[in-house]
Design a protein. Structure first.
Length: 128
């Protein structure tokens, strides 16, 4: 399956062989977690840019746990870890991430209805 938007951007989705898929794309629940990362990532990068932070690299890793029951099986716990590099003020990074995860990211607002969302970050080699 493919989903496309009005600009022609396309995302491929598929299911596991157990449900008739062939693993030819991301599963819909993986797309949902990816949406959380994209939403928050856009926020954080924008906030850091406005704070005149020298961001060189940015990655997000998200792990989600779902209910252990038949469908629908919603996310119950999600952890988002941000890894940033550059000449960054730790307090500004923390503030940008806090603002995104607790105020600006619409996907986080939706997911927090069923899931406990936690987050952390690393700047270069020091975990915060």
């Amino acid at each position: 399956m493919e989903a496309s938007n009005e600009d022609g951007a396309v995302i491929s989705m598929d299911g596991s062989p157990a449900v008739g898929g062939v693993n030819a794309g991301m599963r819909p629940m993986q797309v949902l977690l990816s949406s959380l990362g994209g939403c928050s990532g856009i926020d954080v990068i924008d906030i850091l840019k406005k704070q005149r932070q020298d961001l060189k690299d940015f990655r997000i890793e998200i792990n989600g746990q779902r209910e252990d029951k038949p469908a629908p099986s919603v996310f119950t716990d999600i952890h988002v870890h941000f890894t940033l590099s550059g000449n960054l003020d730790e307090s500004k990074v923390k503030r940008a991430i806090d603002l995104s995860m607790t105020r600006y990211c619409s996907v986080a607002r939706i997911l927090e209805k069923t899931a406990k969302i936690s987050y952390s970050f690393t700047i270069e080699n020091g975990e915060k």
